[in-house]
Design a protein around this ligand. Structure first.
Ligand code: FA5
Length: 359
């Protein structure tokens, strides 16, 4: 075993390590120069076969060479690892100071999803969605609904009048519809009874924008015209609606009221879905949602006035109908504890975001 040969093996190993350009190449060089079949491993194995006097010198020679090779491997490995880490840091760097460049996912406004949720209750019962124009003939908005020209009820809803061509009905003026009830009249004129329609939509009144009013708001209206419909059908439908939206133990109550287009007419209230009426006369359990009244006012309803049926071509001797309508903003307010209606119209995402990303 010649020292020059051992030195050559050592130097070849060192040169191979130095030439390795990355950690994979270094690993290959390691196997070739220190693995079980490498020249130095074979030389090590030969020591056993040497005469006793030569063993110590040969052992020292091979041991030193293997030590130098292992040391060189460790040093080159550390070098290549440091290079790799530095490269990864540059290649995969994230500049956390860059502006946020993803367009945030959009979602529909809570008023829209609320209105659809209510409409869906009726669609699942077989009602059809009906729509009408927001710029409406005065005839549909008032006359067809039994508001006579000088009827004081016309003043109940302060109206935006629109200049322009008259609407579909002769001399009638044009208004921004003050409620969704004109869609009732359109639905009856467009269809043969039985009629089961739900009419969601935007309506307009000259109300000032404040915590509980907005000049542009949303209503949803229901109309059923069929043979033999009674107030009991109306009440059952209202109860089903509040149970679908607020829970199985909910109910509604009716209080006498007046609308020109329904007779009899009623104001409809629903049981307060928070306290279920338990806050009434119970100062230990006050309820903010219903102001401890036990009921929440929802909107108007009644049996379709036979005069309206006649105006819309429906025979009141054969058919009867019920209708109801209410404001979506008010429902969103008490369902989600919104204190100020202005938040719904100002378009600030800090208001809409907590409602989630329902689309
Ligand atoms: C009507 O508009 C009737 N058309 C409802 C109706 C339909 C009665 C069918 C009978 C049969 P009223 O004017 O009360 O009714 O308005 C209904 C609801 O609209 C109110 O209960 C309220 O929730 C909502 N509302 C009225 N004015 C505003 C406003 N300025 N801002 C927000 N919501 C309003």
């Amino acid at each position: 075993m010649k020292p020059e040969e051992i030195e050559r093996m050592r130097d070849e190993a060192l040169a191979a390590f130095a030439a390795a350009g990355d950690l994979d190449a270094l690993q290959e060089a390691k196997v070739a120069h220190t693995g079980g079949t490498s020249p130095l491993a074979l030389a090590n194995r030969e020591i056993g076969a040497l005469p006793p006097h030569a063993k110590a010198a040969a052992g020292k020679l091979v041991g030193q060479a293997r030590g130098a090779v292992n040391k060189a491997f460790g040093a080159r490995q550390a070098e290549l690892e440091a290079e790799r880490d530095a490269r990864v840091l540059v290649e995969e760097a994230v500049d956390v100071t860059l502006p946020y460049d993803r367009v945030p996912a959009g979602a529909r406004h809570p008023l829209t999803t609320m209105m659809e949720r209510v409409a869906d209750v009726f669609v699942s019962m077989g009602y059809e969605i009906a729509e009408g124009p927001e710029v409406e003939a005065e005839w549909f908005n008032f006359d067809a609904l039994n508001f006579t020209p000088d009827h004081p009820a016309r003043q109940m809803q302060d109206t935006f009048f629109v200049e322009g061509p008259t609407g579909d009905h002769g001399e009638s003026g044009v208004v921004l519809r003050t409620h969704t009830s004109p869609v009732q009249a359109r639905a009856m004129l467009d269809r043969e009874p039985p009629v089961y329609v739900v009419c969601p939509g935007r309506v307009f009144r000259t109300d000032e924008l404040d915590a509980t009013h907005t000049p542009v708001f949303h209503q949803i209206e229901l109309l059923a015209v069929d043979e033999g419909l009674t107030m009991a059908d109306l009440k059952g439908t209202l109860d089903h609606m509040v149970q679908s939206l607020f829970g199985a133990d909910m109910k509604t109550r009716l209080r006498p009221n007046y609308f020109p287009f329904t007779e009899p007419s009623a104001e409809m209230d629903m049981l307060c879905y928070v306290c279920k009426g338990e806050s009434v006369g119970n100062p230990d359990r006050p309820c903010r949602t219903c102001s401890s009244e036990g009921w929440i006012e929802l909107g108007g309803c009644g049996m379709v006035n036979p005069r309206v049926l006649v105006a819309c071509g429906v025979d009141p001797e054969k058919y009867s109908g019920f209708a109801f309508g209410f404001g979506i903003e008010r429902m969103l307010m008490f369902r989600h504890n919104v204190e100020d209606m202005r938040d719904m119209v100002e378009g600030d995402v800090r208001f809409t975001r907590p409602f989630g990303m329902e689309i």
